[in-house]
Design a protein around this ligand. Structure first.
Ligand SMILES: Cc1cc2nc3c(=O)[nH]c(=O)nc-3n(C[C@H](O)[C@H](O)[C@H](O)COP(=O)(O)O)c2cc1C
Ligand SMILES: Nc1ncnc2c1ncn2[C@@H]1O[C@H](COP(=O)(O)OP(=O)(O)O)[C@@H](O)[C@H]1O
Length: 304
């Protein structure tokens, strides 16, 4: 996968097919759009590419109301690679870019830098200063500058339009099953293993605590069946998300107890795939009650 940087003033020589959007979550709607771009691009002998802003466009525009992210740039890049995308055109979304009119964006970026011959966007795509441009405007500019525009219709799941917002809501409600169905894969959080409160081993349940980045979406507090990936190997695990009410912790933690595992993994980068919501977090009166419940949780995930 080739990564080309706008900031380095890099220009693309080959003719390209480009998909445009934030693509946070890269859910099955996004996947359909990207696949359309890749296959139509191949037909026309164009280099398949995605223009990615390093930050979500709404995170700059909305300040504090920024949406919590479902995918990191690295996750997006590896998912895009697996769909067959050949190039990422990477840009910072800053005040200068934000102020480009739809016409300037098309001329300065898509035509001059990216050499586009095909642009694929979703049905509700907006672009340019104050989101003035829509797909009809893009089509008009395409005629003028000589590129084709394909607008991809929405993908539905259970009569709802699948969107990143819908998936954020499902994860916040603990509806991991539906969120995973719409993502087309399990929801995944990755991070470095950091030290926790050093209680886990004493309870008989050591947990690898992931260093959390505040920008990412944390699913509903509770206990999940999960798959934890350490050094490329998959392990069955139980992941607790929340504030450990039994111990009145202040901070939110995401921590995995990995079954049949006994290694020191502090400092390693691990990834947790959420498979099933098991139960809510409980405030127990004693450590013993918590331990008894964790033993039941282990039994539980071995059965489902
Ligand atoms: C399977 C599992 C279930 C858990 N359920 C609860 C719970 O219901 N209530 C709670 O207060 N903490 C729960 N925890 C979190 C523990 O309190 C936490 O892992 C323990 O205090 C160790 O924290 P530490 O890693 O910061 O040392 C659970 C942890 C695991 C692994
Ligand atoms: N089965 C296991 N699951 C998770 N972590 C384990 C396991 N076995 C050993 N470890 C190690 O133990 C650490 C967790 O121990 P714990 O007592 O819970 O301390 P902390 O509060 O620092 O998380 C993990 O970060 C990891 O390095």
């Amino acid at each position: 996968m080739e990564i080309v940087n706008y900031e380095k003033n890099e220009m693309v020589k080959e003719k390209t097919a480009v998909a445009l959007g934030n693509f946070d979550g890269l859910h099955i709607g996004h996947q359909k759009l990207i696949k359309t771009m890749v296959s139509k691009g191949r037909e026309k002998k164009l280099k398949s590419s995605v223009l990615l802003f390093k930050t979500h466009t709404k995170s700059i525009i909305r300040g504090n109301k920024r949406p919590k992210l479902l995918t990191s740039n690295n996750q997006k890049i590896s998912l895009l690679e697996s769909i067959g995308v050949e190039m990422i055109y990477s840009m910072n979304f800053n005040k200068d870019i934000m102020q480009l009119s739809p016409r300037q964006f098309v001329e300065d970026i898509l035509v001059d830098k990216l050499n586009v011959k095909l642009v694929v966007v979703g049905f509700n795509y907006r672009f340019g200063h104050k989101a003035q441009g829509d797909s009809a405007c893009l089509k008009k500019l395409g005629k003028e500058f000589g590129f084709e525009v394909i607008v991809v219709e929405p993908v539905y799941g259970e009569e709802l339009i699948i969107s990143s917002t819908l998936i954020r809501e499902l994860l916040s409600e603990g509806n991991i099953e539906k969120a995973n169905k719409f993502l087309g894969r399990p929801y995944e959080m990755e991070g470095e293993v950091v030290e926790g409160n050093k209680r886990g081993k004493g309870l008989g349940f050591p947990t690898a605590n992931i260093k959390l980045d505040k920008g990412y979406l944390v699913p509903k507090f509770g206990v999940y069946k999960s798959i934890t990936i350490v050094d490329g190997k998959k392990y069955l695990s139980l992941t607790n998300v929340g504030k450990n009410p039994t111990f009145n912790d202040d901070d939110v933690s995401v921590e995995s107890y990995i079954l049949n595992f006994n290694n020191n993994i502090y400092g390693k980068k691990i990834s947790v795939k959420f498979i099933d919501f098991i139960r809510e977090e409980i405030k127990f009166n004693t450590r013993e009650e918590l331990i008894a419940q964790m033993l039941k949780d282990v039994d539980n995930i071995k059965r489902i």
